[in-house]
Design a protein around this ligand. Structure first.
Ligand code: ZN
Length: 318
């Protein structure tokens, strides 16, 4: 019964948004059957620069506006008119950006070089990708339909706060100071580059994933039955079933629990240890204190739409 409960929404959501592609790496399927990768994503789901065409641009399918980040300010570089018209409102875009800058201090935003607003159709929540292959520049993208569920009022609590925290959890752990894209020698490589020895993910992986990674690696990323069985087997290790997707998503969800929980967990399960692990980093504790000192209401830990499906690109299941 648990399997049915988890898999059906996953499949529905994936097919609903990415017709015919299931949860594969391709976002679009051309009518002639040729896979058409999104402008900004290659077959890793990232914006690697193998083709030498680095840079962020407006998402061809979902994008509404894309901005260049200049410190506290954003400057629009491209946009398209969408319906409903309120989604084109620059003031709303600016207000969303102000939420981001309020939650995340400037020094922690130094990798965010572009900011994108998209229409997620009530399904796509947010995504990040590296704009340059050296991992110094990242695009941070948020769904305006999630930000303004009723088209009028900015959601300053709940799911949208979680989306910002979760997506930032990726940039925090995948940037150039954390990963070395030019190295092939490391304990863990999420795809963008080798986890540096002193990185969050390197310790996280070695402490909490190394002994189960071969078992996890043997599971196909679209074999949801097997993935759920993996979670079910190790549910004492994961804050949610989604966290069992891979170490990168685990980190983003543990980070979300770390930020939104009122205090350190006292339990002895590995999932409790994971949250306490982030308290070992003073800069993360500072970030947590900063985020929690804003006027925004933190969501109840775990009480948010389940991000799903694509590498660093998240649609929701309900
Ligand atoms: Zn994620």
């Amino acid at each position: 019964m648990k399997n049915v409960k988890w898999f059906l929404p996953v499949i529905v959501a994936c097919f609903g948004l990415f017709t015919f592609t299931s949860c594969q790496d391709n976002f679009d399927l051309e009518p002639d059957g040729q896979d058409q990768f999104d402008d900004n994503f290659d077959d890793d789901g990232d914006n690697d620069s193998d083709n030498g065409n680095e840079g962020a641009s407006l998402d061809s399918e979902y994008g509404v506006a894309i901005y260049s980040v200049d410190g506290q300010n954003i400057i629009k570089t491209d946009s398209k008119n969408v319906n409903p018209a309120w989604m084109n409102d620059d003031v709303k875009h600016q207000d969303i950006w102000e939420m981001v800058t309020t939650l995340i201090p400037a020094d922690q935003r130094r990798w965010m070089t572009t900011f994108e607003i998209f229409d997620g159709g009530q399904e796509l929540l947010g995504y990040v990708y590296n704009v340059t292959s050296d991992l110094t520049s990242w695009n941070f993208a948020l769904g305006i339909d999630s930000a303004y569920p009723d088209g009028q009022t900015l959601q300053t609590s709940g799911d949208f706060i979680h989306t910002i925290i979760h997506e930032y959890g990726h940039i925090m752990s995948l940037n150039d100071e954390q990963l070395n894209p030019n190295s092939n020698s490391c304990d863990y490589n999420p795809g963008e580059g080798c986890a540096r020895t002193d990185s969050y993910l390197n310790d996280f992986y070695n402490r909490f994933w190394a002994d189960i990674s071969s078992e996890h690696s043997a599971i196909s990323e679209d074999d949801y039955d097997a993935l759920y069985d993996f979670y079910d087997k190790y549910d004492d290790r994961f804050v949610s079933d989604y966290a069992a997707t891979n170490p990168v998503e685990d980190m983003a969800e543990v980070f979300s629990y770390f930020i939104t929980s009122d205090s350190q967990p006292t339990g002895n399960q590995i999932k409790d240890e994971k949250i306490r692990y982030l308290y070992e980093y003073p800069e993360l504790v500072d970030l947590r204190n900063h985020m929690r000192a804003t006027t925004f209401a933190m969501p109840e830990p775990g009480n948010w739409k389940r991000p799903n499906c694509k590498k660093h690109r998240h649609i929701a299941t309900f």
